[in-house]
Design a protein around this ligand. Structure first.
Ligand code: BJW
Ligand code: ZN
Length: 242
């Protein structure tokens, strides 16, 4: 851990009035939530890329739902970790702040973050394939896909699967936050899934100072202003302290 580099990043963040954050699964790893592409990313020998698609759900809704059922139960027992908490406390000190998260686990909200854009949706919401009705669903005793109370149609998790478009308003908000930020912090994402991965370049092109925090180098690493290799739960509390 290079303390001089952390100090440089901390000063940039402490002075900034407009900060954007892009978070990924690595932020929740220390809470016990498996990442997608790391160890533990396979579920019953299925790759997430094979389950997180509309085709997979159409082919076998019960299988895909079972994966979500397992994750919902696992995550319901997880608590926010020091990385989530440091972000929530930091938000309170920054006039213009936006936390763009790819995570669907709800742990940023649980930590007290308010200005959050969940661009890949939420595990705690469902949406009807028949009538489109959407709403919160936090029950944990649903091992098979539930049906819609309005029309009897099949309910799916209200998340964004491969090949699906992100919500226009959320993506627009994320783009604006990246463009307008003075500092962008990119934490715990492998930076391979588009369009989220492009937000780093958007921020850089608009003149932001970009800081990446990750256990390992990513495709972004060579292009950011400061790359800090290490655990988010250790680095963020240092980086985001007043
Ligand atoms: C730690 C740590 C610790 C570990 N501390 N760090 C070019 C342009 C545009 C689109 C595409 C394109 N090429 C291909 C596409 C299509 C596709 C895509 O990007 N594919 C790539 C894989 C190539 N994108 C889409 O389909 C998107 N839609 C779209 O683009 O619509 C328009 C369109 C459609 C079709 C064609 C063209 C355009 C939608 C993407 C939706 C992603 N959905 C998922 C599932 C969500 C629901 C669910 O959770 O079940 O989102 S996939 C999965 O990946 C999930 C994540 O949010 C996302 C990103 O993963 P993340 O967060 O980066 O996690 P990992 O596991 O990859 O990385 C963890 C990182 O943490 C690692 O780096 C570790 O080192 C680190 N780490 N512990 C710090 N303690
Ligand atoms: Zn319905």
């Amino acid at each position: 851990m290079d303390l001089a580099e952390i100090q440089a990043g901390r000063q940039r963040l402490a002075r900034a009035r407009r900060v954007a954050v892009l978070s990924g699964a690595g932020v929740s790893a220390e809470s016990g939530v498996p990442t997608f592409r790391g160890p533990g990313g396979l579920w019953e020998n299925h790759r997430p890329e094979d389950l997180a698609t509309p085709q997979a759900f159409r082919r076998d809704p019960a299988l895909v739902w079972r994966w979500y059922h397992w994750r919902r139960r696992l995550i319901s027992a997880c608590q926010p970790n020091p990385a989530h908490l440091a972000l929530a406390q930091f938000e309170a000190r920054v006039p213009e702040f936006c936390l763009v998260t790819q995570n669907v686990d709800g742990l940023h909200h649980a930590a007290g973050s308010r200005r959050v854009l969940e661009i890949h949706g939420s595990l705690w919401r469902v949406r009807c394939l028949g009538c489109g009705a959407a709403g919160e669903e936090r029950r944990l005793d649903l091992p098979t896909p539930p049906s819609c109370p309005e029309c009897g149609g099949l309910l799916r998790p209200d998340v964004v699967w491969f090949g699906e478009s992100l919500d226009e308003n959320l993506l627009g908000g994320a783009w604006r936050a990246a463009e307008e930020s003075q500092v962008m912090l990119v934490v715990g994402t492998s930076a391979v899934v588009q369009p989220a991965a492009s937000l780093t370049q958007v921020a850089r092109r608009a003149g932001a100072y970009v800081i990446e925090v990750n256990l390992d180098p990513t495709p972004n690493t060579g292009q950011v202003d400061l790359s800090l290799l290490g655990r988010a739960g250790e680095l963020l509390p240092l980086l985001l302290q007043p």
